[in-house]
Design a protein around this ligand. Structure first.
Ligand code: 4AD
Ligand code: MG
Length: 457
């Protein structure tokens, strides 16, 4: 290690003790985020953060620190610090809180090519021995999720999710969409009673929203292009890598849109954010073994495959399946396992689709719906349809599905006043992140996953 740089460094900072005597707001002004260190080579900086790991070789203690923006190796040389500082630099745990003043140097041997040679060191909070080590089971990591959310992997996935939301909002705003809020406490099930959570609402039974869609359909008569980004709740009893009982979807709803226009908008949205992510977060994508080029190659139009054709294709792959059978997770996987582009699965039988979907005039056994299936075996990331705008057709479909019109009174009412053709879709943000980052499980696309057997932390 080249020690010569150290004594020659010009003191440009106030001594550490003077900084630490100040109030939090003043201290904040001294902090250099780790992500900015590459622009500070040769300068002295003040860093604060958490211990990521520590190792000692002779008179050197290598304290690797993280601050949320990055990680950096900080070298404490026994000869350059006081006895108390040397002791502190060796008597700490993973996740202890430290503060230091040091000089930024380029060092090829350090992770990231940058090292901070420590001039002054303070152990601010030692705490207890951190319970998370290497090679821990998935179940244990879920048990200590409140601590595991500090991991680079989780934070990186959240950064990608935030970039996905930014670029989706950017796209919708540019198209003239208005972001709105729909309620989470509702009086009826919109997506089928079997997966609804009920809660006590001042002595009445209420349901946690499975979708904001029905409310968005009311709002499009006030403003023609709206969307929400809200949590959706599903009492999904299944343990699959793609189901959460609480997830967040982006739901655009458009007046005067037919199903073809609806699918075109989805294509444009998906092309927009895949390309944006490839440009905005290529380094993170690569950490997850996602080549940004895969995302840049996503191109519209996406193939449209009818349900009828899908049944043929699946039967051709040796599956025992006939018209009227459901297309679930396994079937979707078979349809898209060898693809690199998303694909629309359209016109499913009306019996297995929601009551609000408009019948297909070319084949009234089916509806004007589409699920967008992500490639590489991922499957559904978007569900959308043209909605019924006609009063009588809606009443008929409610009856066929054994739903009580009184439970949907206000929704039916919308068909009496200025009802127009309209369409919309819902895109599950965690499903998209799972696809983009090739995550084994959807759980890593949300900080505190809710599944059938997990409500804590
Ligand atoms: O297909 P879904 O059930 O459709 C709706 O809720 C419509 N009302 C949306 C609309 O048209 N406004 O759900 C929409 C999307 C799915 O394609 C999927 O990406 C995601 O939400 N999703 C889930 N994500 C995680 N866990 C679950 N249990 C999910 N259920 C649906
Ligand atoms: Mg669906």
């Amino acid at each position: 290690m080249d020690k010569s740089a150290h004594p020659e460094t010009k003191k440009i900072l106030t001594p550490l003790n003077d900084i630490l005597r100040k109030g939090l707001a003043e201290v904040a002004e001294y902090v250099t985020p780790i992500s900015k260190l590459a622009t500070k080579v040769g300068e002295e900086v003040f860093l604060r953060g958490w211990v990521y790991r520590q190792r000692r070789t002779g008179n050197l203690s290598f304290v690797v620190m993280r601050d949320g923006t990055g990680i950096v190796q900080c070298a404490v040389n026994k000869e350059n610090v006081s006895e108390a500082e040397w002791k502190a630099a060796n008597d700490l745990y993973i996740e202890s809180v430290i503060e230091l003043v040091g000089t930024v140097v380029e060092d090829k041997r350090a992770p990231g090519g940058i090292e901070v040679r420590v001039n002054e060191f303070n152990l601010d909070f030692k705490g207890d021995s951190f319970p998370i080590g290497k090679d821990q089971s998935t179940e244990f990591l879920l048990d200590v999720r409140h601590l595991w959310v500090r991991s680079q992997r989780i934070i990186d996935a959240l950064k990608v999710k935030a970039a996905l939301l930014d670029s989706s909002r950017e796209f919708l705003k540019e198209r003239g969409f208005l972001e709105v809020q729909t309620p989470l406490l509702t009086s009826s099930a919109a997506e089928g009673g079997s997966t609804v959570f009920s809660v006590d609402y001042f002595g009445r039974k209420a349901f946690l929203a499975q979708t904001g869609q029905l409310y968005l359909e009311a709002l499009i008569s006030g403003y023609p292009l709206v969307y929400n980004y809200v949590p959706s709740f599903r009492a999904e009893p299944s343990r699959t890598p793609r189901h959460l009982s609480e997830f967040w979807q982006i739901e655009p709803e458009m007046a005067f849109y037919n199903q073809e226009m609806n699918m075109k908008l989805q294509e444009e949205l998906v092309v927009h954010y895949t390309h944006e992510l490839a440009k905005k977060v290529p380094d993170i994508l690569q950490k997850f073994k996602r080549d940004p080029k895969d995302l840049l190659s996503i191109q519209a139009p996406f193939e449209r495959m009818t349900y009828e054709k899908a049944i043929e294709v699946l039967a051709g792959k040796g599956l025992k399946i006939k018209w009227g059978d459901g297309i679930g997770l396994d079937e979707e996987k078979l349809l898209v396992e060898d693809r690199t582009q998303p694909m629309f699965l359209t016109n499913q039988p009306k019996e297995m689709r929601a009551f609000y979907m408009k019948l297909n005039p070319d084949d009234p056994r089916t509806v004007l719906d589409a699920d967008l299936l992500a490639p590489e075996g991922i499957g559904e990331i978007i569900g959308g349809s043209e909605r019924i705008s006609d009063y009588n057709e809606l009443m008929q479909r409610l009856k066929e599905q054994n739903l009580k019109p009184e439970d949907y009174a206000w929704y039916i009412d919308l068909r009496k006043y200025g009802s127009v053709p309209h369409s919309g879709f819902g895109m599950g943000s965690e499903r998209v992140v799972r696809w983009i980052l090739k995550l084994d499980s959807i759980r890593d696309a949300i900080p505190f996953p809710r599944t059938i057997n997990r409500l804590e932390p």
